[in-house]
Design a binder for this molecule. Structure first.
Ligand code: CDP
Length: 239
């Protein structure tokens, strides 16, 4: 078969490198409640990402300066295992993990009914065992399941997904490879019921139209992922 260069270009660009459609997320699995000692936990796999989350609390804040008289405080620690990435990650916090920890707490906070637990603290530990792009979003999605598993009263789940631009096209849930080669990436977290946005970051350049298309696509991705969050909780707790 002989095809013209134009046809070849069209065919080769139609699918993404891993064969996904532009609006397709990577294979996703979520399990709730897998750690014995934690009050709540979850395990998530999204493509090549493997993430474990443990939640402790709400429990009385031992440190005085943490205590709020009218509500609980949420603390998050996002951590990458040294073996989670191609090039060994130096153990301990770095700029990136401090930033992701902060935005994760901010993305989760609006869903939590913190006023029920004055002077308390909720600790969320996100351990990235293997990373393959989009770990901040996957961490937020998994943390929300672990918080629900801990019995934390919530207004809604929190669910996150990124969209971005790769080879001039707006695509959902960028892999590490696409993130590296791509032109832009916007991680988004929402409360799915009222679509309140609790995280919106932007890396790279998009026109206003592209940005709006990417935001819409990310929200659609969030709604798909939310179904899988709910199924994970149903499997553990029934209807
Ligand atoms: O993970 P996320 O996309 O939220 O954050 P990023 O800073 O955009 O990182 C993108 C990807 O780069 C991560 O998911 C990892 O797969 C990879 N990475 C790495 O290989 N080594 C690091 N020290 C940090 C990230």
């Amino acid at each position: 078969i002989i095809i013209t260069p134009d046809e070849f270009k069209r065919v080769s660009e139609a699918a993404r490198e891993d064969g996904r459609a532009p609006d397709e997320i990577r294979p996703l699995k979520i399990e709730a409640g897998i750690l014995e000692r934690a009050d709540g936990s979850s395990y998530l796999e999204l493509g090549g990402n493997k993430i474990l989350v443990a939640v402790y609390g709400p429990r009385e804040a031992q440190i005085k300066r943490l205590q709020r008289p009218d509500r609980a405080v949420i603390r998050c620690r996002y951590n990458m295992a040294p073996f989670s990435v191609e090039e060994r990650k130096r153990p301990g916090p770095d700029r990136r993990s401090v930033e992701i920890s902060k935005i994760t707490a901010e993305a989760l906070r609006p869903a939590l009914i913190l006023e029920k637990f004055p002077r308390s603290v909720i600790d969320v530990f996100i351990e990235v065992l293997e990373a393959e792009g989009g770990t901040r979003c996957a961490g937020i999605t998994a943390a929300s399941v672990a918080l629900a598993d801990a019995g934390m009263p919530m207004k809604d789940m929190v669910v996150a997904c990124a969209a971005g631009k790769v080879n001039g096209r707006i695509v959902l849930d960028l892999s590490e490879e696409e993130d590296k080669r791509g032109e832009a990436d916007i991680p988004v977290a929402i409360l799915p019921r009222n679509k309140e946005i609790t995280l919106l970051q932007s890396d790279g350049n998009l026109t206003q139209e592209e940005f709006e298309e990417a935001l819409d696509l990310a929200i659609k991705g969030c709604l798909k992922i939310n179904k899988i969050q709910k199924e994970a909780l149903k499997r553990k707790y029934g209807e």
